[in-house]
Design a protein around this ligand. Structure first.
Ligand SMILES: [Zn+2]
Length: 135
């Protein structure tokens, strides 16, 4: 089975995020004025500050919304069967586009408002992708 599409490096804004995934750490940024920033960027999209601090999330959150993909012809996804793509709101205040994991029947088991916790899916080359499974 082919691997999932992954970032191509060098990737200046998100390199630190991807490096942290190798240790199964989900990171986000906070600017000097306290705005929460995700995905990783060189500046705050709210105020323009370039003083960004990286923090580690506990990896716990709530499903904001989701959609179930029933058929994906990309070789990396074709064998998955139905799977749920979701927005998860992390408790620290940022939203991640991700997959829901650990659901035998995503059509009937995925729920808006469900509590979820990060589960890492290791990839070739050492990167890991944050997925979310029922807490
Ligand atoms: Zn800001």
């Amino acid at each position: 089975m082919a691997g999932r599409p992954l970032p191509r490096f060098p990737e200046p804004d998100t390199q630190a995020f991807w490096d942290a995934t190798k240790e199964h750490k989900l990171t986000y940024q906070v600017c000097a004025k306290g705005h929460i920033v995700f995905f990783a960027r060189a500046h705050c999209p709210t105020c323009g500050s370039r003083e960004m601090t990286v923090k580690e999330s506990k990896g716990e959150g709530t499903v904001y919304s989701y959609s179930v993909v029933r058929l994906n012809r990309h070789p990396a996804f074709a064998a998955l069967g139905p799977y749920a793509v979701a927005y998860v709101d992390l408790d620290e205040g940022f939203r991640v586009l991700t997959n829901l994991a650990g659901l035998a029947d995503p059509v009937n088991e995925a729920k808006i408002g469900a509590r979820v916790k990060v589960r890492w899916e290791d990839q070739e080359g050492g990167l890991s992708l944050p997925m979310f499974a029922p807490a």
